[in-house]
Structures are given as structure tokens and as C-alpha cells.
Ligand binder design. Structure first.
Ligand code: SAM
Ligand code: DTB
Ligand code: SF4
Length: 344
């Protein structure tokens, strides 16, 4: 392994895979010290960005993602549901906002949305945005024209995960390829939206696969603003139901390496919190995680109860990211979007 390169320039897009692997190989305390020190340079370490998820179209998905309870191919007992009405989505968004969420993330079990579906989804995101919340959607693959429609309607974030390394991808999903994901990410970025992109730990991938996944994210022309690190939720009926549990310390390493590689991004301690102890979550926050999903449900699986999360944050002396940060982020994004539109 080469020695770690020390640089004053924290924000890099030229990471070598060997450097990422060397970070994973560091003694745990050295890695955490480095991640946490860097974290404090860019963020208030006691502030956490809070998003709430809603499944706006559930199940019956034609893709075969081996982790996913929403694939039509697996028998998980999930009831498929059509695209929700706008009013119902707004009701749920208001509830999330009243509980303290500043971003509302709408997820749909599509391979890719039809233009007709986007009409209603655009109504939803406009209505949620009018509440003052940031908006995020995860709808599968997008064409550049669809990405532009969503951006023009004011969608703040698009979530599209690469999930794992390019090499391991084929073991998990056969109905699309890694490059398809990168193409959509490119369309989202070109349209001027913030990118939310991360992956899943615990699918049987090696440490090298984890390093490669983070290397792919950290060497994109712009780092994703939001990097969700999901721990696999092992859903009975999916091919990965019996996957071996992740060593909790190895999970923390992923958070810490993500924090070092992408120091200005929000790293989300994403799915899998319901299966984690409070102490493990505290360690993840120390390692640099500064975003969570809040609310009793993720898309279809359970999340910690809100009261429990409230108490956990209080015990840690942590607080929800203030709306002022949201407004500042949106103002910067809107200015960039206006410049892009003027240039095309
Ligand atoms: N269908 C769209 C897509 O796949 O892009 C959007 C919804 S999909 C459910 C969003 C993400 O949820 C996936 O990319 C995956 O990273 C995550 N996910 C799904 N099932 C999961 C599970 N059982 N455990 C952890 N993360 C999961
Ligand atoms: C992400 O990275 N994780 C979220 C969100 N983006 C869409 C989804 C987690 C889903 C966990 C399984 C479920 O609840 O269905
Ligand atoms: Fe469909 Fe998304 Fe689930 Fe894959 S992860 S099966 S694309 S809903």
C-alpha cells in the first residue's frame, strides 16, 4: 500500500483507488481521527440534516435488484400500490415538516418513469416545495429531457444510487448496468439538480468493492451533494435475505472514508438504522455522518421511531439542521440553475 498523500487541498476529484484502499486499511482510531478532524472543518458536527421518505408508488417493479422488496420477481408479501394522489403526498409532507424534517424524498418503484407519471410527480414536488421543504425524488433512470423537466419544476435533489462497485454490480442486478446509473447521474447533474448518490453495505461485497464504489463517487466531476450509506435491510423473500451481517466497525469505516473523500458532502446514515444500536449511530455521527432519514418508515421497511430519534439526538447534544441552511443551499442552487438556463 502506498503512504497516504497529505495535501492541503481537501476537496479532490483525483483520488487513486490505492489511496482509498489505504484509508480503509488505516487503524480504526487513525481513520476516525482523520475523518472527524476534516468533518469539523466543513460542518457543525452537532447538526444533522433531516429527510423524510415517502413511497409514492410501491412495488411491482420490473427490475431485479437482489436487495429490494419492491421487485415484482420476489415474494416479499408487499402490497403493490399505484402512484399516489397529490393531496395525499402533501398531507404526508406537512406531517413530516411538523415533525422536523426539512427535506421530503419521494420514492417510486420504477425502472424509469413514463412522461405521463412525471406530470403528476411534478405537481407533487411543486406543492411540497411550496411548503418550504427541500424536495428529492428517486424514480429510476431518467432521460436528459426528463431530468430537465424535473429541474425546471424546481426539484432540488435526485437520488440515484450506484449501490456497489462496477465489478460487483452484475451479482446484484441483471436488468441494467452500472453505466446506465452513471448516464442518469450525468443527466441529473447537467440539468442542474443536486445529486444524491450512494450505495448499500452488506450485500456480500468485499472491502475492495466498497473502496471502488466510494472511488467512483469521489472521482465524479462534482461530488454528490448527498451520499447515502445504506446498510442492507435483509427482507425475507429477497435473494439477499440471508446475507451475512456487516461488522459494525467495518460499516463505520465506510462512513469515515466517504467523509474524507467528499468533505463537503452530506453523508447520510441511511437505511438500516433500526437494526443499529444508539452507540453505533453515535460513532457514525462522530465519523462524519450528518444526515438521516426520520420517520417511522423508510420506503417499505421500518426506521427507528421518531421519539427514539428525538431522544438520541438530545442525548448526543445534536440538533436538526436549521431552515436557514436550507434557504442558503437553495439560493446558491437557484442562482446556478438560472445561469445554466441563460447559457443554453
Ligand atoms: N427504483 C428507483 C431506483 O432503484 O433507482 C428508486 C427507488 S429504490 C428503492 C432507491 C434505493 O433504495 C436503491 O437504489 C437502494 O440503494 C435502496 N434500497 C432498496 N432496498 C434496500 C434495502 N433492502 N436495504 C438497503 N437499501 C435499499
Ligand atoms: C437511499 O439511499 N435509501 C433510501 C432512499 N435512498 C430512497 C431507500 C432505502 C430503502 C430501504 C428499503 C425499503 O424501505 O424499502
Ligand atoms: Fe425497482 Fe428501485 Fe427496487 Fe431496483 S431498487 S427493484 S429499481 S424499486
Amino acid at each position: 500500500m502506498p503512504a497516504l498523500v497529505h495535501t492541503d487541498n481537501d476537496l479532490r476529484h483525483d483520488w487513486a483507488l490505492a489511496e482509498v484502499q489505504a484509508l480503509f486499511a488505516l487503524p480504526f482510531n487513525d481513520l476516525l481521527f482523520r475523518a472527524h478532524s476534516l468533518y469539523r472543518r466543513y460542518f457543525d458536527p452537532n447538526s444533522v440534516q433531516i429527510s423524510t421518505l415517502l413511497s409514492i408508488k410501491t412495488g411491482a417493479c420490473p427490475e431485479d435488484c437482489a436487495y429490494c422488496p419492491q421487485s415484482a420477481r420476489y415474494h416479499t408479501g408487499l402490497k403493490a400500490e399505484k402512484l399516489m394522489d397529490v393531496d395525499e403526498v402533501v398531507t404526508q409532507a406537512k406531517r413530516a415538516q411538523a415533525s422536523g424534517a426539512t427535506r421530503f424524498c419521494m420514492g417510486a418503484a420504477y425502472r424509469s418513469p413514463r412522461d405521463k407519471d412525471l406530470d403528476r410527480i411534478i405537481e407533487m414536488l411543486k406543492a411540497v416545495r411550496a411548503l418550504g421543504m427541500e424536495t428529492c425524488a428517486t424514480l429510476g433512470m431518467l432521460t436528459p429531457a426528463q431530468a430537465r423537466r424535473l429541474a425546471d419544476a424546481g426539484l432540488d435533489y435526485y437520488n440515484h444510487n450506484i449501490d456497489t462497485s462496477e465489478e460487483f454490480y452484475g451479482e446484484i442486478i441483471s436488468t441494467r448496468c452500472f453505466q446506465d446509473r452513471l448516464d442518469t447521474l450525468r443527466a441529473v447533474r447537467d440539468a442542474g439538480m443536486h445529486v444524491c448518490c450512494g450505495g448499500i453495505i452488506g450485500m456480500g461485497e468485499s472491502v475492495t468493492d466498497r473502496a471502488k464504489m466510494l472511488h467512483t463517487l469521489a472521482t465524479l466531476p462534482e461530488h454528490p451533494e448527498s451520499v447515502p450509506v445504506n446498510q442492507l435491510v435483509r427482507v425475507p423473500g429477497t435473494p439477499l435475505a440471508g446475507a451475512a451481517p456487516v461488522d459494525p466497525l467495518d460499516f463505520i469505516r465506510v462512513i469515515a472514508v466517504a467523509r474524507i473523500l467528499m468533505p463537503r458532502s452530506h453523508v447520510r446514515l441511511s437505511a438500516g438504522r433500526a437494526q443499529m444500536s444508539d452507540e453505533l449511530q453515535a460513532l457514525a455521527f462522530f465519523a462524519g455522518a450528518n444526515s438521516i432519514f426520520y420517520g417511522d418508515k423508510l420506503l417499505t421497511t421500518e426506521n427507528p421511531e421518531q421519539d427514539h430519534d428525538r431522544q438520541l439526538l438530545a442525548r448526543l447534544g445534536m440538533h436538526a439542521e436549521p431552515y436557514a441552511d436550507v434557504s442558503a443551499r437553495r439560493a446558491t442552487a437557484e442562482a446556478a440553475h438560472a445561469r445554466r438556463r441563460a447559457a443554453t
